[in-house]
Design a protein around this ligand. Structure first.
Ligand code: 3SL
Length: 241
């Protein structure tokens, strides 16, 4: 198995495809996707474009849908929810389809949606993702951070490092066997440095600071938790998890 890390969707190669692609947006899209499915959402349908989201979701019964739209960290007008994992509870999300569009996370997922296996990962689901990858034994894995509008994100990279570290710990293999690129090795160093202070790291991260300015401290606390959900959101048709 070879693990490649791309920090942003823009870094993903134009040519070729991995056996398994993993999208990460710790703050907050992929954390929210896992929280929604854990709360019993029927599925998550992902859109790059808000107008497409609004039009497509019109065809769905109103009591069976939730429209979640985020731009710049805030809720989009016309949607039921923004992008907080704390919005999801069994009462609110159970049995509903989540129609979702966010600034970077859903764009990241769109960039890799043609890989044969596409999953999303977050710190909250790290161990479940490690177990899933090991159960599938893909030859090549692309781990893709969502970043922020084309730039690197600390929180996505530390999550990638946590996943790669988990695979190394479970298999006893080394970077020589597993690392597909330098970024994969560097991400493990970041994780080892910060593994006991993940919430502090979120506070230093530029997008963490953006969310704090919008009064989302509780979201940072939720998103910084490691291994609390045994769930792996997996794409079962294009754009639908
Ligand atoms: O960029 C994204 O996809 C979002 O996760 C950003 S936010 O955390 O909702 O602001």
């Amino acid at each position: 198995m070879k693990l490649f890390l791309f920090h942003t969707p823009e870094e993903v190669p134009e040519q070729g495809a991995p056996d398994c692609a993993i999208a990460i947006d710790v703050l907050r899209a992929t954390t929210t996707m896992a929280a929604a499915l854990a709360a019993g959402a029927e599925a998550i349908q992902v859109f790059s474009d808000i107008d497409d989201l609004l039009t497509t979701s019109e065809t769905w019964p109103t009591d069976k849908r939730l429209r979640a739209g985020e731009r710049g960290g805030g809720k989009v007008e016309g949607c039921d929810l923004g992008n907080s994992p704390l919005d999801h509870s069994p009462e609110r999300s159970g049995g509903k389809r989540l129609f979702m569009s966010t600034t970077n996370g859903t764009r990241c997922l769109k960039r890799i949606e043609h890989a044969p296996t596409v999953i999303t990962a977050a710190l909250t689901t790290r161990q479940a993702v490690v177990d899933f990858v090991l159960s599938q034994q893909p030859e090549t894995v692309w781990i893709v951070g969502s970043g922020w509008e084309g730039t690197y994100s600390l929180e996505d990279t530390v999550c990638a490092g946590a996943i790669i570290h988990g695979i190394i710990a479970a298999t006893g293999q080394t970077f020589k066997d597993l690392a597909g690129n330098d970024a994969a090795i560097a991400a493990v160093s970041l994780y080892l440095q910060w593994q006991d202070q993940l919430l502090d790291l979120m506070h230093y991260a530029s997008h963490g600071q953006r969310l704090l300015r919008l009064n989302n401290e509780a979201d940072l606390q939720y998103c910084a938790q490691l291994d609390v959900l045994n769930i792996v959101p997996r794409q079962h048709e294009l754009g639908v998890l």
